[in-house]
Write a protein that binds this ligand. Structure first.
Ligand code: NCD
Ligand code: ZN
Length: 429
């Protein structure tokens, strides 16, 4: 047996840190074994002191924009940000301009993504405008994203979407509309009031009710309240096929950051109280949530600095700092090492992708990180077009040194080593 590449050193394998050697052939991991037992290889990489090998990370909630919003982000800059963050599979949301809810637009998006991407990718489709297109859409999309304004369409769509991944943005639109209309000229400090915790909890309840006794694969994204996490956990216990994720901003930041950074930290759902953030952090630590997702949501800085509350678009970038922040939390003893699974193996399993673990048969996606040296997060250096972050100024103790995508060196010291279009489309499962 021969391999194209063997990487030898400390690695995160099966939830543990071990000395091992990962052999990759034809883009796939063929063995993870004692270094003395690895096959002959074209190339052998031996990790240095302080370096650690991880599987490529999987981010199941990102916005690459492009189309008519390429000024905010495009598939090249967005996936370079992913590579820099050690992410080798991104799953992109459909809220583009044009909105992706038809086969024609989905196909167009697939072509744009294919031609520019630096990492492997999958695409969600929005609530399909024409249900008859769903069989063809399923061949391209890995799942469907249901926004609050589309909840009403969900019951009618369910019979077409059995067995498919359905990702829910849980915030009840009626509660938000009511709260918004009660304030004449909202300021940024009203953001949490306009989008209260109750809106999330009600939406989770409503969707769980719609899905009751149906064969569905539901995934609730960017949860911010303990109540909704517990409701989802109990439905899961009762046998429903449900998963959920949280973002690091909801687990590590609270609304006082928004009071300082104003529109820059405006995001949906909003940053909440310190107690809520602590609850999300504990849900991550205890494994009550299935995944961490960045909700990388880039906008231009000038858009984020607008005066008028309604004119400030929600969201901020995250892809290039998620892994360094998670590793720093682990190094500081604030998260257990297996939290790494929430940003790799677990989302890969939810998506049915052959990624996210250093194990034979998986794609040869390997990230080499260097641990220990302190860096200050400086958003002006982001590859993303959105060069700001509520995590700006945070100190991280981990740096992505190299990323291999299916055995190909894709990034080294922050610079891409591959050209546009190297990433592959991962279709639905
Ligand atoms: C997202 C965006 O900008 O596309 N914004 C956000 O605040 N999360 C929209 C979304 O994910 O719902
Ligand atoms: Zn989003």
């Amino acid at each position: 047996m021969r391999a194209d590449l063997v990487i030898e050193g400390r690695a995160y394998v099966g939830g543990r840190l071990i000395e091992t050697a990962v052999a990759i052939n034809d883009g796939l991991i063929i063995s993870v074994s004692n270094p003395a037992l690895t096959p002959e290889a074209e190339e052998r990489v031996v990790l240095g002191l302080g370096q650690l090998m991880l599987p490529g990370m999987v981010d199941m909630h990102v916005h690459m924009r492009d189309f008519n919003q390429a000024h905010k982000e495009d598939w090249y800059t967005g996936t370079l940000a992913a590579l820099r963050g050690g992410v080798t599979l991104v799953v992109d949301m459909p809220n583009n301009d044009p909105f992706v809810d038809s086969l024609a637009v989905l196909r167009e998006k697939l072509e744009i993504a294919r031609s520019k991407t630096l990492v492997d990718f999958a695409l969600y489709c929005g609530a399909p405008r024409n249900p008859h297109e769903i069989p063809e859409i399923k061949k391209i999309a890995c799942g469907f994203k249901i926004y609050p304004e589309d909840y009403d369409k969900l019951p009618g769509l369910l019979k077409y979407l059995e067995e498919n991944l359905i990702v829910i943005h849980p915030e009840d639109p009626e509660i938000i509309a009511r709260e918004r209309s009660a304030i004449v000229r909202p300021r940024i400090e009203d953001h949490c009031k306009i989008r209260p915790k109750l809106a999330e909890i009600k939406a989770v309840e409503r969707i769980l009710e719609i899905a009751r006794n149906k064969r569905l694969r539901l995934h609730f994204t960017h949860l911010t309240t303990n109540d909704s996490i517990l409701r989802i956990a109990s439905s899961k216990l009762c046998g429903a096929s449900i998963s959920c994720d949280v973002t690091l901003h909801h687990a590590l930041l609270s609304s006082d950051v928004m009071m300082m950074l104003r529109g820059v930290a405006k995001v949906n759902p909003p940053l909440r109280s310190k107690g809520d953030a602590e609850a999300m952090l504990n849900a991550v630590r205890s494994g009550l949530v299935d995944a961490i997702a960045s909700d990388h949501a880039p906008h231009l800085l000038e858009e984020k600095l607008r005066e008028d509350y309604d004119e400030v678009p929600p969201g901020f970038p995250g892809l290039e700092i998620y892994l360094p922040i998670i590793l720093t939390q682990i190094l500081n003893g604030d998260m257990p090492p297996r939290v790494l699974d929430l940003y790799s193996r677990r989302p890969a399993e939810i998506l049915g992708a052959r990624k996210g673990s250093l194990a034979p048969g998986m794609d040869g996606d390997v990230v080499i990180v260097e641990l220990g040296k302190e860096h200050v997060i400086d958003p002006s250096e982001f590859a993303s077009k959105a060069k700001y972050s509520p995590f700006g100024g945070w100190i991280v103790k981990a740096e992505v040194k190299r990323v291999y995508l299916r055995g190909i060196l894709a990034l080294e010291d922050g610079e891409p080593r591959v050209g546009m279009g190297v990433g592959r489309h991962v279709a639905g499962s």
